[in-house]
Design a protein around this ligand. Structure first.
Ligand code: GLY
Ligand code: MN
Ligand code: MN
Length: 434
């Protein structure tokens, strides 16, 4: 899926409308990063740049100049070069940037230092991602200083402003095209989880299930959106477990947290299921409780509710259940006031999802939790991580369960983008036996 030049140009105009009129906005592509020798890490475009430029290549800089009649959307990028393209693959080039990305003009990236200072003339403010990449910060300051040196009497930018806030507010609300890409990432990721459940049986290891996930992503041309977690048994208690190299416990659970990226947009799904295909009564109790908390939380993902409300709903349900199971003592109110659930549940219930897995956008505005609006997308991912301390009944020790779905805020009922993976214990068992 490529974004149309019209849509890209509209996004850039929208951003310029939000910026100060006498400003210039500068957005760099991601850099290629050397792994060793002449091998590179897989290239992933910078999400801000991808959103605005729709351009997958490195060595590029987008410049936006609000209020300038001619050439206000300018891309600096690599020129066509048959010799280099033989080694590294095709480049879009300057004509391609104008035609396929909707740019007003395009210049060779090699001319950036020469041209950019002049584009800053008569501008008062420079917007860029202040502080994200110190080398780029120095370049931006250098271009401004070069202008001052070259033209002593020219009006030049005095103020450097972080672009993040303006741009990330735009990225937070997804367009119908973006939602379509997210549905596709969700669908492929859901297939991968279903595949892992169907293949799983005693005797396999974490790498076997990791391979099944990657097989499903790769055959759809999608990279993983983050390092997958395939955590058998007590490995599920390590929140960022990514080694995925251990045997699976025959009678234990396996927690999988994995999602792919389609057209840059991420899915982020967690499921926890029994390696044997049958939950033990204790595993089922914990799993049912996390699922009840997730359902209560998802129901709060509605326009007009504060972002914090679904976390609060999950914590309340988990606390009630933990008291019922004897894992917490005392009254519901006392436990909620003391947040004693944190012994078993130490993270938040969700985060924005989009081009980044932990997507951009403020969670609080002027000190208050943000109110949900249509076409925001958030994960809802309650969990319980129960260790093996002496005071924990033996049947519950070393059980880690997380259930995570990707939820779109609609006008009314929440839309679960990842509901195609069974979440209820009975449905998981049915799929595993099929
Ligand atoms: N996969 C990262 C997360 O769930 O936040
Ligand atoms: Mn998540
Ligand atoms: Mn996740």
């Amino acid at each position: 899926m490529t974004t149309s030049p019209k849509t890209l140009a509209r996004r850039r105009r929208h951003l310029m409308d939000l910026a100060e009129p006498d400003s210039i906005l500068v957005v760099p592509s991601a850099r290629e990063r050397l792994r060793n020798g002449d091998s590179y890490y897989p290239f992933r475009q910078d999400s801000d740049f991808l959103y605005l430029a729709g351009f997958e290549e490195p060595d590029a800089v987008l410049v936006l100049i609000p209020g300038r009649d001619a050439g206000e959307q300018i891309l600096f990028c690599r020129e066509r070069d048959p010799e280099r393209e033989r080694w590294d693959g095709p480049r879009l080039g300057l004509d391609g940037a104008r035609e396929q990305l909707g740019m007003d003009d395009a210049f060779p990236i090699a001319d950036l230092d020469e041209i950019l200072p002049g584009l800053m003339e008569d501008r008062d403010h420079i917007y860029h991602s202040v502080g994200r990449d110190p080398a780029f910060d120095r370049q931006v300051i250098g271009w401004r200083n070069q202008l001052r040196k070259q033209k002593r009497n020219a009006r030049s930018p005095e103020e450097f402003i972080a672009l993040d806030h303006l741009l990330h507010e735009l990225r937070l609300i997804k367009s119908s095209q973006e939602i379509a890409a997210m549905r596709r990432a969700a669908k492929i990721s859901a297939q991968a989880h279903r595949r892992a459940m169907q293949v799983c049986r005693p005797g396999l290891g974490e790498p076997d299930l990791a391979a099944e996930l990657m097989y499903e992503f790769t055959r759809h041309g999608c990279p993983p959106a983050y390092l997958p977690i395939v955590a058998g048994g007590r490995n599920a208690l390590v929140l960022h477990y990514v080694k995925n190299d251990q045997p699976l416990p025959d009678d234990g659970l396996v927690l999988i947290d994995a999602g792919c990226e389609y057209a840059g947009y991420a899915a982020d799904i967690s499921r926890t299921f029994p390696v044997s295909g049958r939950f033990t009564p204790a595993q089922r109790k914990i799993h049912d409780l996390v699922l009840a908390a997730q359902r209560a939380a998802i129901d709060k993902v509605r326009p007009g509710n504060a972002f914090d409300e679904f976390h609060a709903a999950a914590c309340r349900m988990l606390t009630e259940g933990l008291i019922e199971l004897g894992l917490l003592a005392g009254s519901l109110d006392e436990n909620l006031a003391q947040q004693s659930y944190r012994r078993f549940y130490m993270h938040k219930t969700g985060h924005w999802l989009g081009l980044d897995v932990h997507d951009v956008g403020d969670y609080r505005i002027d000190g208050h939790p943000r109110v949900l609006e249509k076409n925001m997308v958030t994960t809802v991912e309650p969990a319980l991580y129960i260790g093996d301390d002496d005071d924990i009944p033996a049947e519950f020790r070393n059980i880690g369960v997380r259930i995570e779905d990707d939820i779109r805020v609609t006008d009314g009922a929440p839309e679960n983008l990842t509901g195609a993976v069974p979440a209820a214990a009975d449905e998981i068992e049915a799929l595993m036996q099929s």
